[in-house]
Write a protein that binds this ligand. Structure first.
Ligand code: TRP
Ligand code: MN
Length: 463
């Protein structure tokens, strides 16, 4: 692995004496690209380290506070977006449509379950992908694996697959414009509750869940009119007109994350300003590894995925290293065990972490443990398996008396055919129609709304 020279950060005082933004360099770092030219990489990282932060520390602290309410059972986390964002499909419409479906899901959850929903996108930085193998072999040609557009391109040629540091800079700029558009939409009127109908795209509205959503939207209209009639001046209630959509991505390429890690002038603490909520993937959560080392020192709220091999002791160790001060909302454990394993696999972990006194946001990633290859050769998932895993996740929490705090979903606002099932069913024969994902199969808008209504029912049943 290539190392950067000493960074300007290192001379600065840090609150944690043994941590700096570059101490991860002394630990084994999995999933890092084999950059062809160290000097070239260094040049780009130096440039990024001088560019403005994408988010600011106060926002990260506010999100920790809101997630703290999830940890104590007073709110619900909806984390959703692409498996991997694409450099090719970068335009306003897909961002707007992704926002529409996330707002629709959030409204359905808020209205049906009666708890605040913290909305976090896998967006504005979700570019890097961990891979099971460093290389891909087709016939007798072996090339570096595709690691997401922040590293290389998916085409199977040597030129496409060679890691290119300039992509780090492109990822920064695409993240900045995506975030800018999201801020404009969510604060500029698009997320206004008087616009609930406008978020229901045509292909979603015609489905059973879309019709159910229309009824719910009508009820919200009535409730707003009722409040007006009672003399409440809704124009001054900014909560009705604006929403927060926080950003998150897997913090995989550590040089990039380090270059955007800045010291907060207010508190002196370090924040990874590439996103509000970075997370550690299942493949890079080794306690002595570079990713855990990097993440333990930043002040952001952070996530860590845990899969079926995670033991209760490991889960406690993760909590102790990543959240030694036991700050509610600091750590989200995102469980991705698979539909058949989650209920029994999660219960001992819930018990152990709770007994150890660690406040945790428990989120369910029902996507990554349920991927298979269809007869047609497509990497896919079935909505029924996804819903079964969510059901098992809620059942485990019910049995242990803990709060099923949220879901983590791969979706798109587009009418794609990548996952099977749904109330307007996608069949194996349909997969080829619109299979566009850069990486894993995503729920389309209809399937996402189906899922939101199912989660709302589970939340109501638990209340
Ligand atoms: N501000 C509140 C919230 O974010 C209410 C709200 C406004 C809302 N627009 C929304 C909720 C869109 C969900 C979706 O919860
Ligand atoms: Mn994925």
């Amino acid at each position: 692995m290539l190392r950067r020279g000493p960074s300007a950060h290192e001379a600065w005082p840090v609150s944690n004496a043994t941590w700096t933004p570059s101490t991860w360099l002394s630990r084994p770092a999995g999933q890092q690209p084999d950059w062809p030219d160290a000097a070239d990489l260094d040049r780009v990282l130096k440039t990024i380290s001088t560019l403005p932060p994408l988010v600011f520390a106060g926002e990260a602290r506010e999100l920790t506070h809101q997630l703290g309410r999830v940890a104590s059972g007073e709110a619900f986390l909806l984390q959703a977006g692409d498996c991997a964002e694409s450099f090719d499909a970068f335009a306003a419409d897909p961002i707007r449509d992704k926002l529409k479906i996330i707002l629709q899901m959030a409204v359905a959850l808020t209205y049906s379950a009666g708890v605040p929903v913290i909305k976090v996108g896998r967006i504005a930085g979700q570019f890097a992908k961990p891979r099971s193998s460093n290389t891909e072999l087709i016939g007798d040609v072996e090339l570096p694996s595709f690691r997401g557009h922040i590293v290389n391109d998916s085409g199977f040629t040597a030129a496409s697959r060679t890691p290119d540091p300039d992509r780090l800079l492109s990822a920064y700029h695409q993240s900045a414009s995506t975030l800018n558009l999201l801020r404009a939409f969510t604060k500029g009127g698009f997320a206004d509750l008087s616009r609930v109908h406008a978020w229901n795209q045509e292909f979603v509205a015609s489905s059973p869940s879309g019709k159910r959503y229309e009824e719910l939207a009508n009820e919200i209209d009535r409730a707003l009119r009722f409040m007006e009639a009672c003399g409440v001046d809704s124009s001054v209630e900014s909560q009705l007109h604006e929403a927060d959509l926080w950003t998150s991505h897997e913090a995989l390429i550590l040089g990039y994350e380090e270059a955007l890690t800045r010291q907060d002038s207010l508190t002196g603490d370090w924040y990874d300003c590439s996103t509000h909520m970075p997370w550690i993937g299942e493949r890079t959560r080794q306690i002595d590894g570079a990713h855990v080392e990097f993440m333990r020192g930043i002040g952001n709220p952070i996530g860590c995925k845990i899969g079926p091999t995670c033991t209760p002791d490991e889960a406690i160790e993760i909590c102790e290293v990543l959240n030694p001060d036991r700050i509610p909302g600091r750590l989200t454990l995102t469980v991705r065990m698979g539909a058949t394993k989650v209920e029994d696999g999660l219960r001992p972990i819930l018990r152990a972490v709770t007994d150890a006194g660690h406040p945790v946001v428990w989120a369910c990633d029902p996507m990554h443990g349920n991927t298979f290859t269809s007869e047609s050769g497509h990497k896919t998932r079935h909505l029924e398996d996804i819903l079964t895993e969510i059901g098992g996740f809620f059942a485990a929490h019910r049995a242990e008396g803990t709060w099923a705090g949220g879901v983590h979903i791969e979706l798109t606002g587009d009418d794609v055919t990548e996952c099977l099932g749904g109330s307007t069913e996608v069949l194996v024969a349909d997969l080829d129609t619109r299979y566009e994902t850069v990486c894993d199969p995503r729920l389309n808008g209809r399937q996402s709304l189906d899922l939101a209504f199912r989660v709302a029912e589970l939340l109501r049943a638990g209340a």
